[in-house]
Design a protein around this ligand. Sequence first.
Ligand code: CP
Length: 317
Amino acid sequence: MRSFLGRDILSLKEFERNEFFRIFEIAKELEPIARNRRNSDMLAEKTLVTAFYQPSTRTRLAHEAAMHRLGGHVTGFADAKMTRAGDFYQESIKDTVKMLEFYGDVIVMRHFQQGAPQEAAKWASIPVINGGDGWGEHPTQILTDLYTVLQEKGRIDGLNWLAVGDMRMRTMHSLGYALTQFDCPITFVSPPEMSLTPEFKTELQQYSLDFSEAEHVEQAIGKADVILVEPVVQPDYTKSRDEREGDADLTPPNYKITRELLTTKAKSDAILLHSLPRMDEIPADVDITHWSRYWQEAFNGVVMRMALLALILGATE
Ligand code: CP
């Protein structure tokens, strides 16, 4: 298995099956620190640099919380508008990371341009974690989701997945790549204009993923062990910021997971994931059903980033 020490985490396409399980093993070991709301000193000598060119609640703060839980330090920016990358100068990624590498020991970057973290990794002498790049990928989110499945179901192999949302989204790309390493058939449900791109389908076929597509969640929810939902009403992920004007559209029933649908059609032991933020695709009354696991997923988001930071920065092998 390749070492995680000093490694960039840019894509799950690069991940091997045993590497997933190694991260999950470390996450399990570190979980009590977060569960007991304690901080350790494992990364007391290390600093995380956050470089966020697009809004985030979970990804940035979960990385920061993880660093604090491990006794490390955090610096960086949550809004590139307050840096030279976001003003008159439009400073390049190269010039920016050639600065950031002196301010810390690992960078987590979110960017509206697909491939920006890869560009950063090309120039930085410290590891770069992709915190979501345009339509590209969101590897740490899907690592969190798979870890949540392992925790909640006791296994990953042999589970049927249903993924609902915009299949052009970065989370869906990371999910597709990740599931190629497991025995997990998956059905994708999306509006036609948000369906899997031909290029991505070809890749998934090349990697032998067992996948199908359906038009309505009702057609696939009955056999699903894991239901992963993302919005179909969402901002433009290729913009640095997309303000909403007026009321948002409503999610069509085809892409919505309601309490009634779960009660009448879902397996009673299925689990429901959503990386959040959500619109109306999962109404709030689903939160207190026995299917919902998105709050556990949020907790696991901190634990997963603890594991990644500990491995990348050499606190554990
Ligand atoms: N799940 C996720 O990426 O959330 P944020 O956009 O808040 O980071």
